[in-house]
Design a protein around this ligand. Structure first.
Ligand SMILES: [Zn+2]
Ligand SMILES: [Zn+2]
Length: 283
């Protein structure tokens, strides 16, 4: 599911310089300096992330292969023989559901949250914030989503199309672009949808988990949309995580102090009640 590192760097550079940098410049959600705080950390994540993506791809494929052999799975060519667009939609819905489950677990388990909160340390939202992800978070998430995809035996072309779509939507949803999806915001995950996931305010902690569609967040009562086209005033988390790359890489492995580190963890009971904000805005 990932290309050679040099190709990733080249394609990434082209996509960013041709698409996201101009869009953020001419249609900004907020006016910002070109080199905002934390850009060195994020560029380091981007460069390291290209290697991590290859490692993650190899791990998922190996996991899929071992599972197919170990469990003697055989889907034949039934899945791969469907039309390409049907496979694309199936991959999209299945990975969206799996990503929802895994992302929610990252917010729900104190040990997983130590890895995932690195992604939530960005205080500036733009396309580059998308790459701030702890390598173990990335590898675990990819394995959880893609081992089942590999086991089902989808064809390579819809898989490649999905990979490109995944990358594009990830960067778009973090971007500092003023774009209103209108009624489509209730169907497709938008920048507004994902920006609220990064809101540094208790009212919207643990909302809007899915990467592609809004359906699973609506179904499981974690969708959060304030009325109108509004965006968070402040991004980040209150947890005391270092802002530098190496500090963030080793931070999850330091001794855990649950009392001071669970501020943002998912509250089951609030979710089951729907929460006052969720109920108000879903109706
Ligand atoms: Zn998250
Ligand atoms: Zn994000």
């Amino acid at each position: 599911m990932s290309a050679p590192v040099t190709l990733q760097l080249l394609v990434g550079f082209l996509m960013f310089s041709v698409v996201f940098v101009p869009l953020e410049r001419y249609f900004p959600l907020r006016k910002k300096r070109a080199f905002r705080s934390g850009w060195v950390t994020d560029v380091t994540y981007y460069a390291v992330g290209c290697f991590v993506a290859n490692l993650s791809d190899a791990t998922s494929r190996l996991g899929g292969m071992l599972l197919i052999r170990g469990a003697e799975l055989n889907t034949g060519s039934m899945v791969a023989n469907q039309a390409g667009w049907v496979q694309f939609i199936e991959i999209l819905i299945l990975t969206d559901f799996l990503a929802y489950v895994f992302h929610r677990a990252l917010h729900q388990n104190a040990y997983l949250w130590r890895l995932h909160r690195v992604h939530h340390t960005s205080t500036n939202m733009d396309w580059l914030a998308n790459v701030r992800l702890h390598p173990i978070d990335k590898i675990l998430g990819d394995c959880f989503q893609f081992i089942p995809i590999f086991c089902l035996g989808f064809a390579s072309t819809p898989l490649l199309a999905y990979t490109i779509f995944l990358g594009f939507q990830g960067f778009l949803n973090h971007s500092n672009i003023k774009i209103d999806f209108g009624p489509l915001r209730w169907i497709i995950a938008s920048p507004q949808f994902h920006h609220w996931h990064h809101d540094n305010d208790a009212r919207s902690y643990n909302k809007n988990f899915a990467p592609h569609l809004v359906i699973f967040d609506v179904l499981f009562r974690t969708a959060y949309f304030p009325p109108g086209y509004s965006m968070p005033a402040k991004y980040g988390i209150p947890d005391p995580v270092p802002q530098g790359f190496w500090g963030q890489i080793i931070y999850p492995f330091r001794p855990i102090n649950l009392a001071e580190e669970t501020a943002c963890l998912f509250d089951h009971t609030a979710a089951e009640r729907g929460g006052p904000e969720a109920t108000e805005h879903l109706s």
